[in-house]
Design a protein around this ligand. Structure first.
Ligand code: GCB
Length: 600
């Protein structure tokens, strides 16, 4: 079924929230004996760990550890919550988690980066502490998404054989990466889900609001948008209303205006539940080879990113997010791609507020279609589940302008090293048609895309609304030869456009750049080469009206596994260093994108 309970936890007059961030007990379980020995009640030899945080940068013996580990926390549930329904919500457990409350297994979840919740009203204690235990592992298994290395694993990193072995080019950070919360909702009936769909009619905004209330609720409610109100009449737990905002102030990067929306359930004059969120009134569409925001063509300037920082790893890091948004503004970016997995909910809220456009991606990186059909079927089930969870979580964010269903799926070796394998192409085509249909079924309002590896399958781009391609001419191919690289890029983009007539985005292009390394004339790994490479790519795009976006790989240097291609176990394609200092390219982009020449 559809996921429920993914509304961001909210404290108000009728609901309660308790954020369990802080120090928890932690223990590795390499022999997987914990469950049989009752570790969900007490850990035999715990140490302390912060939640949220990846475990890998904290403990030497856990650096490359991806097997089972236990988290345990004791909490008093406030007695004022009695009489309400209480849920436990895990923001992101990377990758697989099992959750116990006072000794009872209450839920399991697979796939990091997305929240899950379980009702724990019957398991928690009112007269003593409640024990919460979460067992997490991040094994790189071939049937998972992203797939682990092996017959079904693809990806450059898989091919290169790095340590720890992954099919993707970022460190496999593990652990509880976002907050764990307890929250309560009214027992009689509560708002379980809200879907808002904005439209524009002349100068008016028209917002359709669909509300799901738990337990087949058949009562009444209200929805208020700014000063406009409408009644809700629920049938079998569902109600809908349409609100018209005269002369609406449309959401855009220039004016990211948000309207407050509140949904209530009512019994006569009495409000029995309430939930508020801020929404933007804006539309996204594809017309011909243009991408439209509020009916006007828009070009994306920005980056592929990662959630990555020293010590905290892949965990929620609000200082990092605030600084990154400051730097995105500073450099003149209007957008980024949430490569290669969904980012923190707070990051999406900030993007709404600050006017960033986000290509929102599920963790489907490293897929390879040279696989037995049953493995592909397992991957499809995982990808569809992740898509359902992502859209349930992020559908109300104006900043999300596109869903991306995969990064660099492969039907043969990358970089055009050999022609695609026909059976793999056909298998991928079936797969991505189903992914596209599922995305449109869940959300008919946003374009859907897929990111092609350089030299990868052209056919798959035809299934989607926008063609996204990654390009490393001048780096992995044509090394050091930027004239050739520029020609190869132009040929590639023109062919994609000629074949499909769709808007095209280069979602990745970049060079590893060691900060402080210089040469004239520009040479690979120098700051000059990064600037020159980016300049050439932007020039090629600027001459092509169908190019609707240029996202540099990457915003910042980020941690990878260890291997011959990654100096210091880092990908150095950042325009900023890992600690967010600008390389020469950052100043160049600020001049080009923000029109600031550095002297002002
Ligand atoms: C890619 C991948 C990205 C890598 C990048 C690189 O194509 O999508 O995850 O980090 O290339 O730097 O090799």
């Amino acid at each position: 079924g559809e996921p429920s309970g993914l509304l961001y936890p909210q404290q108000n007059r009728l609901r309660n929230v308790m954020d369990l961030s802080g120090l928890w007990e932690f223990q590795l379980d390499p022999r997987e004996e914990g469950q049989a020995q009752g570790w969900f009640s007490a850990l035999p030899a715990p140490r302390q760990i912060p939640v949220p945080c990846s475990w890998n940068d904290l403990f030497d013996d856990a650096k490359n550890y991806l097997d089972l580990a236990w988290y345990l926390h004791r909490v008093w549930v406030p007695s004022g919550w009695q009489g309400q329904r209480v849920f436990l919500r895990v923001g992101s457990a990377n990758y697989a988690a099992r959750v116990w409350v006072n000794g009872t297994l209450v839920t399991e979840h697979q796939g990091g980066h997305l929240p899950f919740a379980a009702e724990v009203t019957r398991q928690l204690a009112w007269d003593r502490e409640t024990v919460i235990a979460i067992a997490v592992e991040n094994k790189q298994l071939v049937e998972r998404v992203p797939p682990g290395p092996g017959p079904g694993g693809g990806g450059v990193a898989g091919v290169a054989g790095w340590y720890p072995a992954t099919t993707y080019d970022f460190f496999p950070y593990a652990g509880l990466h976002r907050q764990v919360w307890l929250y309560s909702v009214p027992a009689a009936a509560h708002i379980d889900d809200i879907t808002t769909v904005p439209a524009i009619d002349g100068s008016d905004g028209v917002v359709t609001v669909k509300v799901a209330a738990a337990g087949g609720y058949a009562g009444t409610g209200k929805v208020r948008l700014d000063a406009i109100e409408a009644d809700l009449q629920f049938r079998s737990g569902v109600a809908e209303a349409t609100l018209r905002v005269p002369s609406a102030r449309l959401w855009s990067p220039q004016d990211p205006h948000l309207y407050p929306l509140t949904v209530t359930l009512t019994e006569g004059q009495r409000v029995t539940d309430a939930y508020s969120l801020d929404i933007g009134i804006r539309t996204v569409a594809v017309r011909g080879d243009q991408l439209l925001l509020n009916g006007q063509p828009i070009k994306l300037t920005g980056f592929g990113k990662h959630e990555d920082f020293p010590l905290s790893g892949r965990a929620l890091n609000l200082p990092m997010w605030i600084r990154d948004y400051e730097l995105l503004k500073w450099v003149g970016a209007n957008s980024y791609r949430a490569s290669h997995y969904p980012y923190a909910e707070e990051a999406m809220q900030l993007a709404d507020r600050m006017g960033f456009l986000v290509i929102n991606e599920i963790p489907a990186v490293g897929l390879n279609f040279e696989n037995p059909e049953e493995l592909t079927a397992q991957h499809l089930a995982q990808c569809q589940k992740q898509l359902r969870e992502l859209i349930a979580r992020d559908k109300n964010h104006p900043s999300t302008i596109m869903w991306c269903v995969s990064n660099e799926p492969m039907s043969g070796p990358p970089l055009g090293a050999a022609p695609p394998v026909p059976a793999a192409v056909a298998s991928g085509t079936r797969f991505f048609r189903q992914m596209y249909d599922e995305a449109r079924r869940l959300d008919g309002t946003r374009p859907v895309t897929l990111v092609r590896v350089q030299g990868g399958t052209m056919e798959w781009l035809g299934i989607f609304d926008v063609a996204c391609v990654n390009a490393y001419y001048g780096w992995y191919t044509e090394p050091g030869q930027l004239d050739l690289a520029q020609q190869a890029l132009a040929r590639d983009l023109d062919e994609v456009h000629r074949t499909w007539g769709k808007p095209v985005i280069v979602t990745e292009f970049g060079t590893d750049t060691l900060p402080g390394t210089h040469n004239q004339p520009p040479e690979m790994w120098t700051e000059e080469y990064q600037v020159e490479f980016i300049r050439r790519y932007l020039d090629v795009a600027a001459r092509r009206p169908f190019m609707v976006g240029m996202h540099i790989w990457n915003f910042a240097d980020f941690k990878t596994g260890q291997g011959t291609m990654r100096a210091g176990a880092m990908n150095h394609k950042g325009v900023f260093t890992r600690d967010r200092r600008p390389k020469m390219a950052a100043h160049f982009l600020r001049e080009r994108w923000a029109g600031k020449d550095g002297r002002k």
